[in-house]
Ligand binder design. Structure first.
Ligand code: SAH
Length: 346
């Protein structure tokens, strides 16, 4: 049996240049092919029109381009677009384009399913099948960039890693994808317009800081009381808030970049005064902002959006200590594209 062909985008530019030299061609050919693969995001060797037919056939014999296929596009009445993205092995993830008056944001997935078990999130009910490769993450962004141009007449302005999966449990591939997204040879986007959202894995947050990343960090906090947090996010039992706090302090010392806390307020879970006080206290440790996210119901009602008064109590408490709070309305709810709703339903 012939050995399985390698995904050509697993090669660095240097490796691609070396491949051509080893095959009696010029290293420069590697640059040209690299440009087709990442800059122009072609899906077949045939499309590389400035490469000779013989060379294209030689590439075809040695490699595959494991590109994604956008299988199904759903458009919400609020303009949000959801892509069902089929991977080369048939698995499916979802990504979302969220337009506002001033920007378009891509919300992308980092894993097929999720490693974690947050009880309020639909994705957690899918088993984690595998991590996405750097090119699969990159392709989601490139696809949404195209849609942004097509539907909204301007380029993608922001990216959030808030789709399916826990980005810090697929650390290396997420970092490689972001490197390409921000590289002038890729999409050339500014890292300041990229936000990676984590449920809070302290060790990996420290690693981000050590690696000197330039993108922004969001932490899905949802409670600043260990007992409540580990009830709604069971994995966090292994990552107590004291450890998370320590990692975030470390992050801020090294990066000087504010943290965004993502927080949903639920009836009977974290809508009491003790929860507000705990969050206010937690927010004093590291410079931060808070996004109060509207809850997107995923089931029978163990979790329900808290009252306006409960939200107001949070806003009041946080503003009193000078923390900027934003209440974020759901987008794309009618097509199951909002936070926590990505579950490959269609
Ligand atoms: N694993 C990462 C990124 C994916 S979740 C993380 O946890 O940050 C993206 C955001 O949606 C997180 O803040 C998550 O807590 C939130 N979320 C999950 N389920 C939700 C739901 N049903 N309604 C509202 N937000 C939800």
């Amino acid at each position: 049996m012939k050995p399985k062909k390698k995904d050509i985008r697993a090669l660095t530019k240097e490796q691609l240049r070396n491949f051509f030299v080893a095959n009696g061609d010029k290293a420069f050919r590697g640059n040209q092919v690299y440009e087709w693969l990442w800059g122009k995001v072609v899906h077949s060797f045939e499309d590389m029109t400035n490469i000779s037919i013989a060379t294209r056939e030689m590439l075809q014999e040695n490699f595959v381009i494991n590109h994604i296929e956008v299988d199904n596009i759903q458009r919400s009445k609020d303009g949000t677009v959801k892509n069902a993205v089929r991977l080369h092995d048939g698995l499916v993830v979802e990504s979302v384009l969220i337009p506002t008056d001033t920007r378009t944001t891509a919300c992308v997935s980092s894993q097929v399913g999720c490693s974690l078990d947050c009880k309020f999130c639909a994705t957690s009910r899918l088993k984690r099948m595998r991590n996405l490769n750097p090119d699969e993450i990159y392709d989601q962004v490139a696809a949404i960039n195209k849609e942004s141009l097509l539907y909204y007449n301007h380029k993608l302005s922001n990216i959030v890693f808030m789709g399916m999966g826990e980005p810090l449990m697929n650390y290396n591939n997420v970092i490689k994808a972001i490197d390409m997204i921000t590289s002038p040879e890729g999409l050339g986007m500014s890292p300041k317009r990229i936000m990676v959202s984590t449920s809070g894995v302290p060790k990996m947050i420290k690693k981000l800081a050590d690696d000197g990343v330039k993108f922004k960090l969001a932490v899905s906090l949802h409670s600043a009381i260990d007992e409540i947090r580990s009830r709604i996010m069971p994995f966090s039992e292994n990552f107590p808030l004291a450890d998370l706090r320590e990692a975030l302090e470390y992050w801020y010392r090294k990066t000087k970049s504010k943290i965004s806390y993502e927080y949903v307020v639920w009836k009977g879970i974290n809508d009491d005064k003790a929860s507000v006080d705990a969050l206010v206290k937690f927010c004093k440790y590291v410079p931060c902002k808070v996004n109060l996210i509207e809850y997107n119901p995923i089931d029978d009602g163990e979790f329900q959006q808290a009252s306006e008064e409960a939200i107001a109590a949070y806003i009041k408490g946080l503003e009193a200590i000078g923390v900027v709070v934003k209440v974020r309305r759901s987008r794309g709810k009618d097509i199951d594209a909002a936070c926590g709703q990505l579950a490959n339903k269609s």
